[in-house]
Write a protein that binds this ligand. Structure first.
Ligand code: COS
Length: 384
């Protein structure tokens, strides 16, 4: 749903200029330094990027899902490292609070998340609980007027920058599955919470992840999200439904960037006496990229509109995440192929994007988990 086309066009225009003039020129530096410059983070704050999805009542821009996806399509046209800075505040680091938090919890944290004064992070995954999120082992034991949390969370995006974790732990040891899980709002620093070293990764240099280790970490009772035990798994699933749509938009934006780079290369690079874009086998690769990215764009925007209408989009969000993340992998592969030997060289952005996009098929639910969700919902008759 688009509330005000003119205001949205202005925002998208500003974002496109920010991406083109400020972020793309810094991509190689950010990959080398593995850090986004502070000045750029300040500019992101000024543009309201941390609060894209947070309601205006809490200081955010309150974009609808369709508007957010359109913004992310633009932001996806540059390195994931940039979106990584504010992405958790827009998505998994704020949405649990937004969908299931108490009014008091929302008022305490959302305004600061919206301005980027604090960074939110989502701590679900563990060393032995990845796709099987309901099997997590971290415990939160009721103790007097609070809880004591013990366990290790793994690959936690933005943990080294985070001031607030939406953290999932088992409050009912007798219930080994999803029903025994609760969500907590854990501030950092808190005694008993420490971070592992920053993970070394294949790509996405400049996005930071690490373990979050909890050793007798005591939190007050009002850190329990929504004030009720046993609802944490459902909160996580609702957050991921939305996150999957956001990621699908990011994948599609990145595919569109890669297509632009491949087209520009193909129309200038000469072989056999003419630009390689005039060779039909190169044209086939360009056409396949365009067709698939267009399909993903249509899927994402239609699903976003359905979500804005209040429809249950769990199945279609998984379809979008599954298709768009696999699609951008194929597009990156073809874009690299079009660049030939140059595509394998670090001097060309496609080499970096090829590594960066590999993660999209894994995080916020692997392709196999998306297939499982889609098929399960079809069998249960929840999805047509
Ligand atoms: N929205 C709301 N509730 C949901 C839901 C959704 N999208 N999906 C499931 N639930 C509810 C179910 O309705 C069920 O509730 P009841 O017990 O009241 O019936 C409960 O949650 C448990 O669901 P289910 O039985 O389907 O859970 P499973 O343990 O079988 O796991 C999958 C389901 C595999 C889908 C889940 O574990 C998953 O998404 N795993 C991937 C996790 C992931 O994406 N990790 C990435 C890291 S986070 S960045």
């Amino acid at each position: 749903m688009i509330r005000d086309q003119k205001a949205l066009d202005q925002l998208l225009d500003t974002l496109a200029r920010f991406v083109g003039e400020r972020l793309i020129p810094l991509e190689a530096q950010v990959a080398h330094d593995e850090a986004v410059p502070d000045a750029i983070v300040d500019e992101m704050r000024g543009l309201g990027l941390f609060g894209l999805s947070i309601p205006e009542a809490y200081g955010g821009l309150e974009l609808t899902m369709e508007e957010e996806c359109l913004a992310v399509l633009v932001l996806g046209r540059t390195s994931a490292a940039f979106r990584g800075v504010f992405g958790t505040n827009v998505g998994i680091g704020s949405q649990g609070l937004l969908v299931d938090g108490t009014e008091e919890q929302k008022r305490r944290y959302l305004p600061k998340l919206a301005t980027g004064e604090i960074i939110g992070s989502f701590a679900l995954t563990e060393p032995d609980a990845g796709s099987d999120a309901g099997s997590l082992k971290t415990t939160a034991k009721r103790d007097g007027n609070g809880y004591v949390i013990n366990g290790t969370k793994r690959f936690i995006t933005n943990a080294p920058r985070a001031d607030l974790f939406t953290l999932f732990a088992r409050t009912n040891p007798c219930e080994p599955g999803a029903k025994g899980v609760s969500a907590f709002l854990v501030a950092a620093p808190t005694p008993g919470l420490r971070l592992g070293p920053i993970d070394r990764k294949m790509g996405q240099a400049g996005t930071v992840t690490s373990d979050v280790i909890l050793e007798d970490c005591r939190v007050p009772a009002d850190a329990l999200l929504g004030g009720k035990e046993g609802l944490g798994f459902k909160t996580a699933m609702k957050v991921l439904d939305r996150g999957r749509l956001h990621i699908a938009a990011a994948c599609t934006g990145t595919a569109e960037r890669l297509i632009a780079d491949a087209l520009s290369y193909a129309t200038t690079r000469q072989q056999f006496g003419k630009p390689i874009a005039e060779h039909q086998l190169v044209q086939a690769m360009l056409a396949d990229c365009r067709t698939e990215a267009f399909a993903a764009r249509c899927m994402v925007l239609e699903t976003a509109r359905a979500k804005d209408e209040g429809k249950d989009v769990a199945t279609d969000a998984s379809c979008c995440k599954y298709f768009a993340s696999e699609m951008v992998g194929r597009v990156a592969d073809r874009a690299l192929q079009i660049h030939g030997g140059n595509g394998y060289m670090a001097a060309y952005a496609v080499e970096r994007f090829y590594r960066d996009v590999r993660l999209y098929r894994i995080y916020e639910g692997t392709s196999q988990i998306q297939q499982l969700v889609i098929a399960r919902n079809m069998i249960r008759g929840i999805a047509p």
